[in-house]
Ligand binder design. Structure first.
Ligand code: ZN
Length: 286
């Protein structure tokens, strides 16, 4: 075994341990793979807890998923990993997990596509939701194919999240960013909603990427060239309003009235008043 291979095995073990420790996976959830040279992959095996792996557990497969080495079978989501490597020659590593807050957004059908945090806009851009597919079947790579050319991170509807990178740790850090972003978005929405970063500021942040050495996978879609359903996305949809000079713009989505918020169309009744209204309505029905 080469030094590079033994290092990658150790790195997968380390990433698995961190994902499990941070609650991104429970039980045997999640999977990790990395390119081993130009024609092979090193991958976590099926049915093991990612928090308790050892370097010898990993499988080596070719790019068609044929097992070349390893006592165990490769990950049950191998087809999804293979599809990513096929579509993205630049990608060196793929991480899949079920981080609970991001997965909550995936279950609620809410993409993480709002311009809210500079570090998300410069590293991932927007995080769409790949449509629901039965895990471990070939439906999942088909769902992922729509977004993978233009995105380094995506949610998988009612399932989890997927991130990719030019090395294993960058793919893993993107998983951290997705979950962190989901937590912040949730808190902001509980507090009444996000202020959005204006489109001009988003473009400015994207230009700064170059100076940080961060490569974006795809440009932001113009308002009228968002991908049609079924088409592969070649640009990213980012919710960033045109601001008239201001760089932060209050979100315009309909907000739930906050407690004590008068004049938001809210009617407050005591239990007694409500009972009287219902009784009244029933009397009128007779
Ligand atoms: Zn999964």
């Amino acid at each position: 075994m080469t030094t590079a291979e033994s290092q990658l095995r150790a790195d997968i073990v380390e990433v698995g341990r961190r994902m499990y420790a941070r609650g991104y996976t429970a039980s045997n959830d999640g999977n990790i793979s990395v390119r081993l040279g130009s024609d092979r992959l090193l991958m976590t095996p099926k049915s093991v807890c990612k928090g308790f792996m050892t370097p010898d557990m990993m499988c080596i497969t070719d790019l068609d998923g044929r097992k070349l080495q390893g006592d165990r079978d490769p990950s049950s989501e191998m087809l999804m990993h293979l599809e990513v490597y096929r579509q993205r020659p630049d990608v060196q590593a793929v991480v899949h997990a079920h981080p609970p807050t991001a997965t909550g957004f995936a279950v609620a059908g809410i993409p993480l596509d709002r311009a809210v945090l500079a570090e998300v806009l410069t590293t991932l851009g927007s995080i769409p939701i790949a449509e629901y597919a039965t895990p471990s079947t070939k439906e999942l790579p088909e769902a992922v194919r729509k977004y993978i050319k233009a995105h380094d991170g995506m949610l998988l509807a009612n399932h989890g999240a997927l991130t990719v990178g030019t090395d294993l740790f960058s793919a893993y850090y993107k998983m951290e960013t997705v979950e962190h972003f989901a937590k912040i978005s949730l808190v902001a929405r509980l507090l009444g909603g996000e202020n959005l970063i204006s489109r001009a500021e988003v473009l400015r942040l994207q230009e700064l990427r170059g100076s940080y050495g961060i490569k974006a996978p795809a440009p932001i879609c113009a308002d009228d060239d968002a991908p049609a359903s079924g088409d592969a996305a070649l640009c990213q949809v980012v919710q960033a309003p045109e601001g008239s000079g201001s760089r932060l713009i209050p979100d315009t989505i309909e907000r739930l009235p906050a407690a004590g918020d008068a004049g938001a169309g809210e009617i407050r009744l005591t239990y007694r008043q409500l009972s009287e209204l219902i009784e009244d309505a029933i009397r009128n029905l007779r």
